[in-house]
Design a protein around this ligand. Structure first.
Ligand code: 1MF
Length: 183
């Protein structure tokens, strides 16, 4: 994954637990990269390793950290200069959900090493939708939960999100029931 993902994780852990803890996490994960480069692709195993190490160091389940990382991602990327992406994504939370796939297709055109997941929506009403998420990467469902919650904050919308089908339970892909109150 692009260095931007590891940087978001670094920013989250350093801001909540400090520089020392982050140094420990990196050491435990066997990562000796000093500075992650935003535009450089890194092996997925490095990001998974960092999450596993953080889980050990902080004594919190990996799923909880992934959710926190997802929430942080929207705020972090918006702050780090990808705000245009969010403007492109739509004026409301619901529009953004509907545009998620287009957005990744757009980013992937410019950054050929991006391996974007697929997102699509069904059962779309004024107050709810089913979000479908399919990825070549396993185990990142909890991150998607956090991503949706982060977007809710960004769009100042009250949102609930519940996993309804999971790949780890044998489903073909992950599904979430998302409800929202229009701002
Ligand atoms: O393959 C990748 O490197 C990759 C990196 C980030 C693929 C996807 C993403 C974004 N995605 C992270 C979870 C991935 C889960 C999976 O692979 O199964 C979050 C997607 C998302 C979901 C809900 C709401 C918003 C979301 O993201 C918006 C977004 C998407 C992509 C970027 C920023 C915001 C992005 C921008 C530049 C990137 C990488 C991602 O990398 C750069 C940066 C500078 C120069 C070149 C590339």
């Amino acid at each position: 994954m692009y260095g931007l993902v590891n940087k978001a994780m670094e920013d989250l852990i350093r801001s909540t637990h400090g520089d020392e803890t982050w140094a420990l996490v990196k050491r435990k994960a066997g990562v000796d990269t000093d500075v992650f480069l935003t535009m450089e692709p890194y092996p997925d195993s490095m990001s998974y390793g960092l999450v596993a190490a953080a889980s050990e160091v902080l004594g919190r389940p990996a799923a909880e950290l992934l959710e926190a990382l997802g929430m942080h991602w929207t705020l972090y990327t918006a702050r780090e200069g990808y705000g245009d992406l969010f403007r492109l994504g739509g004026a409301t939370f619901k529009d953004f959900m509907l545009n998620l796939h287009m957005l990744h297709t757009r980013v992937a055109l410019t950054f050929p090493k991006l391996e974007p997941p697929s997102f699509w929506c069904t059962h779309v009403t004024d107050g709810s939708l089913t979000l479908h998420y399919q990825s070549k990467r396993a185990g990142l469902g909890p991150m998607v939960l956090g991503l949706v919650k982060g977007l809710a904050i960004m769009y100042n919308t009250t949102v609930t999100v519940q996993p309804t089908r999971a790949r780890e339970d044998g489903a073909d892909h992950d599904e979430f029931l998302v409800t929202y109150s229009l701002p």
